[in-house]
Design a protein around this ligand. Sequence first.
Ligand SMILES: Nc1ncnc2c1ncn2[C@@H]1O[C@H](COP(=O)(O)OP(=O)(O)O)[C@@H](O)[C@H]1O
Ligand SMILES: [Mg+2]
Length: 252
Amino acid sequence: MSAVLEIKGLNKAFGGIRVADEINLSLHAGRVLGLIGPNGAGKTSLFNLVCGVVKPDSGEVFLDGAPLAGLKTFERARLGLARTWQNIRLFPSLSVLDNVLIGANDYPGTKLTNVLFRPGMVRAAAYRNLEKAHGILARCGLSDTHDKLVSDLPYGRQKLVGVARALMSDAKCLLLDEPMAGVEGHSYAAIQAVVREVAASGIAVGVVEHNVAFVRDLCDEGVFMFSGKILARGAVADLISDRQLTELYFGT
Ligand SMILES: Nc1ncnc2c1ncn2[C@@H]1O[C@H](COP(=O)(O)OP(=O)(O)O)[C@@H](O)[C@H]1O
Ligand SMILES: [Mg+2]
């Protein structure tokens, strides 16, 4: 099975802190990989390296076999790499629908020459995006909130909007950074269901999450990170019941 996302020999240090230490990892279509490990292990940094937010000291990342080196974050997004952020990062003064629309890659209306000389094409794309955004909102159970200010939504639903925005980009690979942090009740089940559905549709999913039950129930496989290294990989249930790893996790 060929990998959708392949990380080869990735290294990164900030001063004396190694956040990625010879990371080799692949994510496959239709599968969910969980990344677990204590705070400061380098999980978010790994997502930042993959998405081009941070430049590696060495190593390579491939999406569908194509090297991503030198590409900017938005160029990687256009190729099918989507992520959500640990601290949400939505536009609080925009509606839910507009926040989701921002995730679209196909936006010919942002070019003045298109607006002037190809208005039909611009309108058609805007309509397509609108239809698609409403479809995604429905999938995420957010249809009733589409015209609300995103900042008026409870925290859990805001996280769901972050996932909806990521889906807008036609991702081949979706990276979720702590989707469940601060989320409970109805939104918890909704996020879980959406991530399952996304994977079932053939997208490769990577999830960083401290909620052990969530990771265990959702992920096909897990890796345990510590000090920028992958210390173990396997079934999540095995990783979280391993005594040595648990001691590292809780710092005892
Ligand atoms: N841009 C940066 N500059 C300096 N240090 C950073 C930067 N980003 C992350 N770090 C440090 O790298 C380590 C790993 O952080 P992070 O990847 O956020 O861990 P995790 O997501 O596993 O909690 C931490 O010690 C953090 O302070
Ligand atoms: Mg983090």
